[in-house]
Design a protein around this ligand. Structure first.
Ligand SMILES: NC(=O)c1ccc[n+]([C@@H]2O[C@H](COP(=O)([O-])OP(=O)(O)OC[C@H]3O[C@@H](n4cnc5c(N)ncnc54)[C@H](OP(=O)(O)O)[C@@H]3O)[C@@H](O)[C@H]2O)c1
Length: 263
């Protein structure tokens, strides 16, 4: 067997020519992933529930790295919205060949008090919209014989929070979907993976973590004793979306400072 020493790793990370759609990329982890994909050359399609100052500011930052990037909007709690988002994208460019399902909703409620509406909304945004959007983008990926789907899960797949039973279940459902689809479309040049954040300093955790007693309880459980920054999720996402990650599919990459590990 002859081995080449010239593995051209930088080139394998290059995303020039690809169109990457990241849901919930106005802020937090989605914004950092969008910036990472733009830095590596992808044309990024940002997304928020509606036009907002944060979406505008994320787009401005992404455009400095990838000038043709643009944004779309829509509430993924509405089952009709995935198709409307695809229409918004189609009006500006071909449908994406990189899809990062990052947006989610999360409620804290004791499991025996969760109202059906709350359960359905979490499943719609966190699970069904991922399936619907993947179905919409799959034909383009299949035709290109190249595609990347990355779902953003949660460490709650391993350690479900007692007051977030449906949120945790929605993330496990999504991770199961990733393995199922990943196996079926690997032969078409399309990889499907899950990344699994632990505790990240983002808007959704602001209120809870601003209580120093609760914050210490949380960091005491994390082997690194620190939270993650949104950018900590970007490296894994870029790897999975690039040629460098072409042989990784159906995987679950946990980014949690060791939080999932038994104590
Ligand atoms: N932060 C953590 O510690 C942590 C831990 C584990 C997993 N995660 C997962 O990582 C992902 C990103 O989390 P994050 O903390 O960065 O979130 P975040 O700061 O709360 O931002 C959420 C993003 O999702 C969008 N979004 C919310 N509801 C939506 C809806 N109904 N339809 C469409 N978009 C909606 C928001 O849009 P607008 O900006 O327009 O409101 C926002 O851009 C989520 O899937 C989350 O479950 C996060």
């Amino acid at each position: 067997m002859e081995y080449s020493d010239d593995i051209q790793l930088k080139k394998r990370f290059d995303l020039t020519g690809h169109r990457a759609f990241v849901t919930g990329s106005a802020r937090g982890i989605g914004r950092a992933i969008a910036l990472g994909l733009a830095e590596y050359g992808a044309r990024v399609i940002l997304h928020g529930v509606a036009e907002s100052q944060k979406l505008g500011s994320a787009l401005e930052s992404v455009r400095k790295l990838s000038p043709d990037s643009f944004s779309v909007t829509g509430d993924l709690g509405d089952p009709k919205v995935p198709a409307k988002i695809a229409e918004q994208i189609s009006a500006k460019c071909e449908l994406p060949d990189i899809f990062v399902a990052n947006a989610s909703v999360q409620f804290r409620t004791p499991w025996n008090e969760i109202p059906l509406e709350e359960a359905l909304l979490q499943m719609q945004v966190n699970f069904h919209s991922t399936l619907m959007l993947a179905q919409l983008f799959y034909p383009v990926m299949k035709a290109q014989k190249w595609g990347r789907i990355v779902a953003v899960g949660s460490v709650q797949e391993f350690r479900p929070h007692p007051q977030m039973a449906v949120y945790a279940a929605s993330k496990s459902a999504q991770e199961n979907l990733v393995r199922n689809i990943g196996r079926q479309i690997a032969c078409e040049g399309i990889t499907v993976n899950n990344i699994c954040p632990g505790v990240f300093a983002t808007d959704r955790n602001d209120a809870a973590l601003s209580d120093p007693v609760y914050a210490k309880q949380v960091t005491d459980c994390i082997p690194t004793h620190t939270y993650a920054e949104p950018a900590d999720a970007a490296g894994a996402a870029v790897l999975l979306c690039s040629e460098a990650g072409r042989y990784i599919t159906g995987a679950n990459i946990v980014i949690d400072g060791g939080l999932r590990l038994p104590g």
